[in-house]
Ligand binder design. Structure first.
Ligand code: ZN
Length: 424
């Protein structure tokens, strides 16, 4: 047991030191302190008990490799082994980021569906980058994510259990988030991370757990053996089309009951598939993060601003008009921007997200004559080709008419995109 008092100085491996200012919080594993590092305020996670050589070496390696993406509050320095233990230094989490668990309890709510979708995209992107760097997270759960409710920006914390694929940190993950094969005693890897990712995304969208329905409610007392059944060997998705024994219960699972049909069909189909018996049993058939990003793009494409009430509304891409789920009026979605297999309805005031960085690239507007326009809100000029082959340039902040037949070429983060306007 090793606690540190304000004023204590701890040496960093590789030189320099941090000085303890005050405690910020504590958990089972350790205490997080606010520290001073050369005049900058940083956070130090200090382990109550030294977790051992292997853990130390792994942390050191992760620090040297650097963060996989800016979604991670990544360890930046490791301390020397002093006072019977050690710790690592990271940036201080900004105040406007709230723990995901608070969203599930409705203590914090997203300012918009746009922010919710941005959070989903950022989580998928973070895990894609993590796995690309050869790591597995191992301990994905609702306590690791901190989200800004207004922008949907995400910070993934507790990265000290991140290990190279195939290595075992000794951390089994948190029940409810573990893949069935891990509940049964397997070693966490990228496939079990992918399962946990689907659970996190489900909870982000529907604010209930995908396996907690009537069967779990009927359970008299959640013992370890029941937990192994409900989240492992006998896990049943609450909307499994082939098994209705674990449906959400009215009065208990209100969030998912209210949102399940209100959110796009594509999301429903994807979760039904990811939580099907086949995918639960065959880890390597689960959706990779890249595909999840494609799906979230398409879901975002189906979110428009209702021209009548101004609220965000989901529309069905297969139809040319949809009734607004808020005001009940008809939203005309026949004007479309085509990008590969994606179709983006061009409804006034709707933001256009082309890539996956959560920054809008275009915005739909209307001029005084009622003509629909697209504004280029990206930092680079677009090249527009008319049906007769004329080339025009749309500068940043400039507008173009949303006329069927027009083709747009643009570049985002050095990636080329070819779009075309059409009607359905
Ligand atoms: Zn409306």
């Amino acid at each position: 047991m090793s606690e540190l008092k304000p004023g204590t100085k701890i040496g960093l491996n590789g030189g320099g030191q941090v000085e303890i200012i005050k405690e910020l919080g504590r958990g089972g594993q350790g205490i997080v302190y606010l520290v001073n590092l050369d005049g900058a305020q940083m956070a130090l996670k200090w382990y109550l008990n030294d977790p051992g050589d292997k853990f130390y070496k792994n942390l050191e390696r992760n620090i040297n490799a650097g963060a996989p993406s800016d979604a991670f509050l990544w360890p930046e320095y490791i301390t020397k082994r002093e006072s019977g233990s050690f710790g690592y230094v990271m940036k201080v989490r900004p105040r406007n980021y709230y723990e995901f668990g608070n969203y599930l309890l409705a203590k914090v709510t997203f300012k918009s569906v746009t922010a919710m979708l941005a959070a989903a995209m950022k989580i998928c992107d973070g895990f894609m980058m993590l796995h690309r760097h050869g790591y597995s997270y191992q301990d994905l759960n609702d306590g690791n994510f901190f989200i800004d409710p207004s922008t949907g920006d995400v910070l993934i914390c507790d990265n000290d259990n991140v290990m190279p694929q195939g290595d075992k940190s000794g951390i089994m993950g948190k029940a409810r988030y573990m893949a069935p094969e891990i509940v049964a005693g397997g070693i966490p890897d990228k496939y079990s991370d992918q399962f946990s990712l689907s659970v996190i995304l489900f909870m982000l969208f529907y604010a209930n757990h995908p396996f907690e329905g009537a069967r779990v409610v009927a359970c008299p007392c959640m013992t370890e053996s029941y937990e192994k059944k409900f989240y492992g060997s006998e896990a049943i998705f609450i909307y499994d089309p082939n098994n209705d024994t674990n449906r959400p219960v009215r009065g208990i699972h209100q969030n998912v009951i209210r949102r399940w049909m209100a959110f796009p069909q594509l999301l429903r189909e994807t979760f039904i598939d990811q939580f099907s018996e086949e995918k639960l049993r065959n880890p390597n058939t689960r959706l990779i993060e890249m595909k999840w990003k494609d799906i979230i793009n398409k879901v975002r494409d189906e979110m428009v601003v209702c021209p009548h009430c101004g609220d965000e509304a989901f529309v069905e891409i297969k139809d040319s008009s949809t009734r607004c789920m808020n005001c009940g009026k008809t939203i005309n979605t026949s004007l479309r921007l085509i990008l590969g297999s994606r179709e983006l309805p061009l409804t006034p005031k709707t933001e256009i997200f082309i890539d996956t960085d959560n920054i809008p690239d275009g915005r739909v507007a209307v001029d005084t004559t009622g003509t629909t326009l697209i504004q280029n809100v990206s930092p680079d000029a677009w090249v527009v080709e008319t049906a007769s082959g004329k080339i025009k340039q749309v500068d940043p902040q400039g507008y173009m008419p949303a006329k069927p037949g027009l083709k747009i070429k643009l570049k985002i983060h050095n990636e080329d995109y070819n779009l075309e306007i059409t009607t359905k």
